[in-house]
Design a protein around this ligand. Structure first.
Ligand code: SF4
Length: 216
């Protein structure tokens, strides 16, 4: 099996197992709310972000309303999240930029998204796929790093290099889904602290599997 066939098989098995988990678990009603939630989710869990955003989005309903705030106005909502001061500042700066330069609409391309304060390639990829159904790259989070390393898809720990390694072997139609599939696997079976190979749907083909099969 060459590397592309191997990865195709990995994705097929993961889709069979986690088919329903192929979208972000961040609560949002539109692209702007997803952008805000994704900025907040850096080094924080989706669950912790989902706890605070419904109240915040109920109080401030549009990009324009965020653009009129001072960062400190958001602290009462964001305080429980790590790096809340810089994240609040980026959210307000992002709202001002989107209002001023993009007519109040979140842009739909990587080039424009990464110009927005607080938005790197990972956030841009998440927004492009989950809000607009577009894939210009692959969002790499900590689970993706662990899983991509163990599967032998990339040796690097650098998200940008892992993204490039994955884009070479994952079919483009799967660029959006593969992030969510690796996150699902990384959350319940192939965690950073422990790999539960005995329970893993990939244990027959994974290059780091500890399970011995008669055809290994
Ligand atoms: S077989 Fe083991 S190392 Fe490979 S993906 Fe599954 S849990 Fe991770």
């Amino acid at each position: 099996m060459d590397k592309k066939e191997y990865v195709r098989e990995v994705i097929k098995l993961l889709k069979r197992r986690y088919g329903k988990e192929m979208h972000t678990s961040l609560k949002h009603r539109n692209a702007w709310e997803l952008l805000v939630s994704t900025i907040l989710s850096a080094q924080a869990t989706d669950a912790s972000v989902n706890k605070i955003t419904p109240r915040m989005f109920k109080r401030y309903r549009s990009v324009k309303s965020f653009a009129e705030l001072r960062p400190s106005d958001l602290y009462r909502y964001t305080r429980s999240i790590g790096l809340y001061r810089s994240k609040s500042k980026n959210i307000v700066r992002a709202a001002k930029m989107i209002t001023g330069e993009f007519k109040g609409r979140v842009p739909e391309s990587m080039d424009l998204l990464v110009r927005i304060p607080g938005v790197g390639r990972k956030t841009a990829n998440v927004v492009l796929y989950n809000a607009f159904g577009k894939s210009e790259g692959i969002a790499i989070d900590t689970h993706c790093i662990t899983v991509a390393n163990r599967l032998g898809i990339s040796r690097s720990r650098n998200p940008r290099i892992i993204e490039e390694d994955m884009m070479k072997v994952v079919e483009r139609k799967d660029w959006g889904d593969v992030t969510h599939l690796f996150i699902a696997l990384g959350r319940d079976t192939c965690t950073a602290r422990k790999k539960l190979c005995g329970e893993c749907v990939l244990n027959r083909i994974c290059k780091s599997s500890t399970v011995l099969h008669s055809n290994n």
